[in-house]
Design a protein around this ligand. Structure first.
Ligand code: HEM
Length: 452
């Protein structure tokens, strides 16, 4: 007991000294309510952690990687002096995997870390989607987030070509055909991505985008994203009350904890768990390098992207879906996500009050999951109209039915509960505004303290 008191007192003294000499309370992020110590509130922090790991492991990979398609003498597992027909990019990747100490762990964890970052970005996105965190005043946080998601996918696309395997070259070419058909952006992107039209030109551009341009863009967007987060604070839990959605209830607001060191250490704890898991998986299942681009002795290689683009590749296999149509569909989905804060005008954030957007969110998930599995099972195989309807239709119908029934049930139960309590003025669509307050007043106070 005596030791514990001494330990806590010393820790407080040391921390007090650090805070005083660094002026940390002034520049650390703002304190947050204590109840936000749950993983759900920090999903963005986990994506940022994954990004940080990618930057560090990527910088280490740069020490060995050669962005060149020229055949090389060394590092391909062949006797030194024998000219290998494999491109230097592939050979240096093989060298990292087979000869650099811990190289396989480094490269495999960088690759799986990219998968994890993309997956976590989708978790962060769907969490915000269902809980309505994109509503005022966080519209710009959402829009910057959408750009972050696109940049993250761009990192995946450009990184895929770097080992210069036949499968990655094939998939990159299909991706380029789609990218060049993007309205307005396509003609600008074309010369930027293709360079002089040679393999070396393409690899150099992808390399520059992957290690410099996109990470810089991601860093700048992340800075803006966190600055916006700092100015609005964390979004309160989802609620049916239009006034309560901008602020915390009295209970939630009671205790705040400083960002440094409490929240920082909370995120660090999860970050360490993340890195441990990533390294464990990379050690147990190291990545196997497929054959190099231009290997004429290899059997025919299927054209397959990484899992996060499989849905788009499958879309191009659909009967009647040309690259222009596939790009059109993707553009509509991206524009919907970008402008969502201005499309969903309901002042309520709780999913039970937004059945249409819940239906759309569920449909997006079922579409992406089905298309990804389908793309993985039958890459490059054309699909006729009937199977398309048979496979994609039922989940959407079931989704519409389930969301519709839940909404009907909720409305009738809620109505009955309010009528029983004699408070029928607070039925959905009939929330009273407190005298003198308006929905656009950030700190508007309402007498009711709890959430519905
Ligand atoms: C590379 C991708 C991304 C990173 C690194 C990132 C990072 C963060 C961080 C650190 C926060 C602070 C709160 C938290 O940890 O959850 C945050 C909040 C937020 N993010 Fe992201 N984000 C990314 C992508 C996105 C995407 C794709 C969207 C949506 C389209 C989005 C929308 C938001 C919104 C609306 C908030 C405020 C949420 C709140 O106050 O609870 N972000 N993000």
């Amino acid at each position: 007991m005596g030791f514990e008191r001494w330990f806590n007192r010393t820790l407080n003294r040391v921390w007090g000294f650090v805070e005083d000499r660094t002026g940390m309370p002034k520049w650390a992020l703002r304190p947050q309510p204590a109840f936000t110590f749950q993983p759900s509130y920090w999903t963005g922090g986990f994506v940022a952690t994954a990004f940080l790991y990618q930057v560090i492991s990527g910088l280490l990979l740069l020490l060995y990687y050669q962005p060149s398609v020229t055949p090389t003498y060394l590092a391909c597992g062949q006797a030194a002096g024998t000219l290998s027909s494999a491109p230097a990019a592939w050979c240096s990747t093989s060298y990292i995997l087979n000869s650099v100490p811990m190289g396989s762990l480094l490269l495999s964890s960088h690759l799986y870390g990219a998968y994890a970052m993309i997956f976590l970005a989708f978790v962060h996105f769907f969490r915000g989607y269902y809980l309505g965190v994109y509503k005022a005043p966080r519209e710009f946080s959402w829009m910057v987030g959408t750009l972050l998601l696109l940049t993250t996918l761009g990192m995946g696309f450009t990184g895929y070509l770097l080992p210069y395997t036949q499968i990655s070259l094939n998939a990159t070419n299909v991706g380029l055909v789609l990218a060049l058909r993007l309205p307005y952006a396509g003609p600008i992107l074309g010369p930027l991505l293709l360079s002089d039209g040679t393999g070396q030109g393409l690899l150099s551009r992808m390399f520059a985008a992957h290690v410099l341009l996109l990470p810089l863009a991601l860093g700048a967007l992340l800075y803006a994203h966190i600055a916006l987060f700092e100015s609005h604070g964390i979004a309160p839990p989802a609620t049916s009350d239009p006034l309560q959605r901008r602020r915390f209830t009295h209970t939630e607001d009671r205790k705040h904890v400083p960002f440094m060191p409490h929240i920082f250490f909370y995120i660090t704890k999860w970050a360490l768990l993340y890195i441990g898991l990533l390294l464990g998986i990379a050690a147990l299942w190291p990545w196997q390098l497929p054959t190099y681009a231009g290997n004429l002795t290899a059997a025919a290689v299927v054209t397959e992207p990484d899992w996060y683009f499989l849905w788009l590749f499958k879309l191009v296999d659909f009967y009647g879906v040309t690259p222009v149509v596939a790009v059109g569909i993707t553009t509509v989905i991206m524009l919907f996500i970008l402008f969502l804060p201005f499309l969903d005008r309901s002042p309520r954030t709780h999913p039970r009050d937004r059945p249409f957007f819940v239906f759309l969110g569920n449909s997006m998930i079922s579409f992406f999951v089905t298309m990804t599995v389908w793309g993985g099972l039958t890459p490059g195989i054309q699909i006729l109209p009937m199977p398309i309807v048979e496979i994609l239709g039922p989940p959407i119908l079931v989704n519409a039915l389930v969301v519709g029934l839940f909404y009907r049930h909720y409305r009738s139960k809620y109505r009955a509960r309010l009528l029983a309590s004699g408070n029928s003025a607070r039925l959905p669509g009939a929330y009273p505004l407190a005298r003198g307050s308006s929905l656009s007043t950030p700190g508007a106070r309402l007498e009711v303290g709890g959430r519905d």
